[in-house]
Design a binder for this molecule. Sequence first.
Ligand code: AVI
Length: 314
Amino acid sequence: MEVTLIDSLFRQDVIRGLSAPQKYLLPKYFYDATGDALFQQIMHCPEYYLTRAETEILQQKSGEILQACTATLPVFDIVELGAGDASKTIYLLQEALARRCSRQYIPIDISASMIAHLNRSLPAQLPGMRVSGLCGEYIPMLAHLQTSQPTPKLVLFLGATIGNLLPDEASAFFRSLHTFLNPGDYVLTGFDLKKNPQLILDAYNDKGGLTRAFNLNLLERINRELGGNFEADAFNHFPVYDPMSGACKSYLISTCQQRVTLDDGTHFDFDRNEPIYMEVSQKYSVAEIGQLGRKAGFTPVETYFDSERLFADV
Ligand code: AVI
């Protein structure tokens, strides 16, 4: 029998995570077609305040944000890391067109279908703006841009995506981002702020069960793509928030002792109440954001809040 030596990265990551002494799965694998659709619903659910708050900032403060950049850079390209459907970014892009400070938008996303969609749909909404989407991981794509298009840039990293890294990982990410920018470039990052702990916990435990389904979908994805036999009903969604550290972590807890197998025969044994660590959604204070940026070599310029001070674009 022929043995396949090259296995999918997804399979390798799942096996590595579920074989670790403390089991984990990587949150980047949430986003298959079902996960994308669930995340869209999460962003519109009542408890998930993050999207509403950042949309308000971009609707109301895009002019101020761009004015701060044009004080030193008259014209720049707008690069977005993890653009998604760009539904919030459109306010900033329209304002940039009106102010004639940018004529090129470069969304970067790992989803090829999302980039194709943006390249197709955005030009009609942004006449005069070139949309040059790139599909790939953020840092390699920025490295490519630095050599192929060394134009001044405003890099957007919105949606509190930085929160899906632990603070040390976020620090390393910003240091790396800094090396692929030129002096004078700007970065606008969306951070979810520390606040009433219950409000945070509710955002990751919505009554409609969307976030629960979003987490369980990763087990179902393992069943679909790796021939697993996870019983989603045998796991409970369990988010926790530590108001000191600002870490909101989601776990799936095995409700019984069970064995799960993949189609290649790999198996994982779970004790009753054993957790799988699924994701961190890190929350920051304004002071912590400043420290994070400065440590990576950035100079903080300005912080823009929504009216309830739930979220900050910095
Ligand atoms: C994509 N990211 C910023 C979301 C968050 O808030 O951490 C992902 C998410 N996970 C559960 N709900 C939303």
